[in-house]
Design a protein around this ligand. Structure first.
Ligand code: DC
Length: 236
């Protein structure tokens, strides 16, 4: 890679964006940022403060106050030594595990649809991206946060494939859930992500599509290296 760039990896939920983005960051010696984690941390904050009712109605004034008020919550990323991966912190606590539960997955799309939450997260992401040499995965990195990113990749896979992967992952972590629940959560999140008013999930015109339904992680890395060669971005 000649001079460092921003690589935007957007796409549907549970397409393995983070696995792919982490791997290419490692290949390039870049920092990896999981932008969904920041929305998850804000959702966790809202849940902990009792700002979300059972039918997913959010106390918007309360959450706005928590993010922008006199004593705003601090959501941040800290880069861990090993591999340059980021960890998510909320008010001085490492919440990497707490933000990955099905409870948070159920409410996070609703929280991420709020304009004031999006501008809160966007501001932090632009600060981090200003140094370049970063791979960010998310939903709107190539369309809204960094429309001038040096390379944009849009990932997708069939919903059933995504649900199976996510289900296996959750079971391996000992989380009780059913395949049907996971599949319906994925379909619901796709719908909300694609239909929200601000920065809906969409492939940027200049993004390269990666459908990894029938690809292993290794296949995807080979694909990525070919892409860099084609774009004259690196001489692997
Ligand atoms: O990738 P994930 O499942 O951890 O993302 C969590 C939620 O955050 C998901 O509902 C979409 C939203 N999100 C977003 O709106 N914009 C991003 N850049 C990243 C995530």
């Amino acid at each position: 890679m000649t001079s460092p760039i921003i690589i935007a990896v957007d796409g549907h939920s549970s397409t393995g964006k983070s696995t792919f983005a982490k791997a290419i960051a490692r290949e390039l010696g870049y920092i990896y940022i999981d932008t969904g984690a920041m929305y998850r941390a804000v959702a966790l904050l809202a849940v902990r403060q009792g700002l979300i009712s059972k039918n997913n109605t959010i106390d918007e004034d309360g959450l706005r106050k928590s993010l922008y008020g006199e004593h705003p919550a601090e959501v941040s990323f800290r880069i861990s030594g090993a591999g340059g991966a980021s960890e998510t912190w909320l008010d001085g606590e490492n919440v990497e595990k707490q933000i990955r539960t099905i409870e948070i997955s159920r409410v996070v799309s609703h929280v991420a649809a709020l304009p004031f939450v999006r501008s809160y997260v966007d501001r932090r992401l632009r600060e981090i991206g200003s140094a370049k040499g970063v791979v960010m995965d998310g939903r709107d990195i190539g369309t809204a946060v960094f429309p001038d990113a040096g390379l944009k990749i849009f990932m997708t896979a069939r919903p059933e494939v995504r649900a199976r992967r996510r289900y296996d992952e959750m079971r391996a972590k000992g989380q009780e859930t059913s395949y049907e629940d996971v599949l319906s959560n994925i379909r619901e999140r796709d719908y909300i992500d694609e239909h929200r008013e601000i920065a809906p999930l969409a492939k940027a015109d200049d993004a390269v599509l990666l459908d990894n339904s029938d690809m292993t992680v290794e296949d995807q890395i080979v694909w990525f290296k070919e892409l860099l060669k084609r774009r004259h971005l690196c001489g692997f």
